[in-house]
Structure formats: structure tokens, C-alpha cells
Design a protein around this ligand. Sequence first.
Ligand code: DGL
Length: 270
Amino acid sequence: MIGVFDSGFGGLTILRKFQEILPQYDYIFVGDNARAPYGSRSYETVYAYTLQAVRRLFDMGCPLVILACNTASAKALRSIQQNDLPKIDPTNRVLGIIRPTAEVIDRYTRTKHVGILGTQGTVDSQSYIIEIQKLYPHITVHQQACPMLAALVENGEISNPGTDYFVKKYYDALLSQSPSIDAVVLGCTHYPLLIESFEKASAGSPVSFVQQNEIVAHSLADYLVRHPEMESRLSKGGHTLYYTTDTPQTFDRTAAVFLGKEVRSERILF
Ligand code: DGL
């Protein structure tokens, strides 16, 4: 199976696209809702929590784990790949979602000024700046942390004036860094749920929002074509199992909004 991990519900925006574009595979989704949001947590904490989830997904039969979380990709991926994977099982793989987004960003911008909205952890890690500038040194990257947004989404506050207020506040703070920004990456997997608020905030400006789900799903499809040794290890039944570290009933209610269908999760303890 393919393991998909997020601090909470956000990774479901990525999983939904996997299920659409790669429906033949089996998936296990784990949301660490009991400890979400991760965005303001330290490097050590995000690394420790993410490693627990990855180990668990390996034990459950996932040789390939996608960190469907920018914060975990920014703060834990490199350490897991370099320090832990060789000891746990060097044939397994853990992939993140920042690199695939950076790889295609050039197509989304004409002005070559890109904005990143993400958690405090993602922004402080500078991962987007580092990855984009490695590939496209001519692109200038501007960033803005949005500390309230993942928590609002985790709590189901998806469409109301309070949420609109914070979305506009962060969006305006980003755009005030440069009037040339023409592409804004929703660099947290929770934010696509707030797309209507973002569109209201940007009304009248020629800015486009870059959502990661499509990008990451195509990148996974491409990875599986390039890595037949991994592809052949994956089961193909079109099923998904859902796990949460918090209350399954609460997870199921909110997950239905993210996935557009009913699901039944089980509780998991690391
Ligand atoms: N969804 C996560 C991300 O993409 C993190 C949200 C959080 O837990 O703060 O960054």
C-alpha cells in the first residue's frame, strides 16, 4: 500500500487526487489530528512525530510513504531519508511535497516573482526558497506564514467572515512584499479548503493560486513509472484505509468535507 501522512486533515486534499489519478493502488491515510497543528512546533518535535508515523506506516505494509504535509516535508523529510531510512529499511521510500512543487513552479509565473503561503515552520525552514532557487535561480521567492489557518481548517471553520479576515490579512501581507507576485503557492495542504476565501482576498488582481494536489499526484505517477521496482511492490485493489490519532467520529465528519464522500476511520496510537 501507499502510505499518506499529514498532521491532520490537510493531506486528504492530496490523497483525493491520488485516488482520482491513480485509482488502481491501495492507500493508508494517517492523520495525526490529536497533535495537529504541527505548524508552530519545533524541528525536533515535527521530526519525532513524523518518524513515528512513518515507522507505523512501514509496519502496516507501506513500502512507500508520502508526507502530504509541507511542514513535515520541510522539517523531517531530509533527516528521515538520510538518518533513519538506511537503518529501518533502505529499500523503502519516503517522499515529500515541496520538491515536486518547486520543480514545476516556473510554469506558473510570468513575472518570476512567486509567493509562498505556509505554516510558520515551513516558512522558517526556507525550504521553498532553497528548492526553487536551486532549480530556477531567476525566480524571486516571497513568503508569508499563516499561523491561524491550519487550526481554523482543523476546527471546521472553513467558510465564515472570521476565516475571510485572516486569509485576507495574510494574503495582503504577502502581496505587500512585492507588487510583481503573480503566482501564490498554497504551501500547506490545509489551504485548498480555503480557496474561496483566497479568491475573495485576491479579487481584481491577476494572481493565480498554485494548489499542490494535482502537481503531487502527477509527480507520484511519474515516480512510479521511473521506479518499477517500487511499483511492483504496491498492491492494487483500489482501497483506502483511514486512521486518525484522535476521535474517529470527528475525523469522519470533517474528512467527508475534504473528500466529498463518507469514510469510516479507525483510531491509531503510535
Ligand atoms: N497540512 C500541513 C502542511 O501542509 C500542516 C498544517 C499544520 O499542522 O500546521 O504544512
